[in-house]
Write a protein that binds this ligand. Structure first.
Ligand code: FES
Length: 263
């Protein structure tokens, strides 16, 4: 069975957003997942046809990234971060508890088709470890008990809210957003938590700005690739010189956080 007409039209729409249509392949694959519940052979064919590349090339991308699924995903994808920091902070315990509670293994879906459980890699949310994701929305500072409550609420159809984002939608709806069709929920719920903003607060307090930008001023003018490489070489050479001359001076320059302002 081929992909439906509406989805085919939207796949073309995504490809048309890019100067090189092929650049749209990742969001196109998310749209296939939204429409089909997984990456299907028909979805692969449709992407290949629209982009003028082979099905093998599309398949190569779809099988490389773990966010693309070859088997059906449940209504809610629950990812438990079990990378080092989350693991030691309780991620392993959360995963084990959910595995037992849901009676599924890694990358498996419950019998009612509601929840797919998966180990996930670091979500750059380590300041709120252990972290769980529901359809890629953050659930911070999780505990095994809270994780069980979340999956039970999802299975019972009760509203679940991300700790740093909107109310949780279904996996297919989230895939549509990842394909570039907003659901207008982006402003619902808090966007960033206090722990993530601590560095920003300290920088403001001390008047630190990003390199190449004066406080309150315009950004540094854009430079070409050659100039940029030249600047990087000059900076590296300067650093190497400093190491040769005095490692203690260099240390002093590089630790403004300890009150040792660069001179
Ligand atoms: S280790 Fe879990 S979010 Fe970074």
């Amino acid at each position: 069975m081929s992909i439906d007409e509406k989805t085919y039209g939207e796949l073309r729409e995504i490809a048309a957003r890019y100067p090189e249509g092929r650049s749209g392949l990742l969001p196109m694959l998310h749209l296939v997942q939204s429409a089909e519940g997984r990456i299907t052979p028909e979805g692969i064919e449709a992407c290949a046809e629209i982009l003028g590349i082979t099905a093998a090339e599309v398949s190569g991308v779809a099988t490389f990234y773990t966010m693309y699924k070859r088997k059906p995903v449940g209504d809610y994808h629950v990812g438990v971060c079990t990378n080092t920091l989350c693991a030691v902070m309780g991620g392993d315990a959360i995963f084990e508890r959910l595995k037992g509670h849901l009676d599924v293994g890694n990358d498996e879906t419950t019998d009612d088709g509601k929840i797919t459980l998966e180990h996930v890699e670091c979500n750059a949310a380590c300041d709120y470890a252990p972290v769980m994701m529901v359809n890629w929305e953050f659930m911070d500072n999780m505990t095994p008990e809270r994780a069980v409550e979340v999956v039970d609420d999802l299975r019972e159809g009760r509203d679940v809210h991300s700790t740093r984002g909107p109310r949780v939608c279904t996996w297919r709806e989230a895939e549509r957003v990842l394909a570039g069709f907003p659901d207008d929920l982006a402003d619902e719920g808090p966007a960033a938590g206090p722990a993530s903003l601590v560095g920003l607060g300290i920088a403001r307090e001390r008047g630190w700005t990003a390199p190449g930008r004066e406080a309150g001023g315009a950004p540094a003018p854009a430079i070409g690739r050659d100039q940029s490489a030249e600047q990087a070489d000059t900076a590296r050479a300067g650093t190497e010189e400093k190491i040769d001359e005095s490692p203690a001076d260099l240390q002093h320059d590089r630790n403004p956080a300890k009150g040792e302002d660069a001179q």
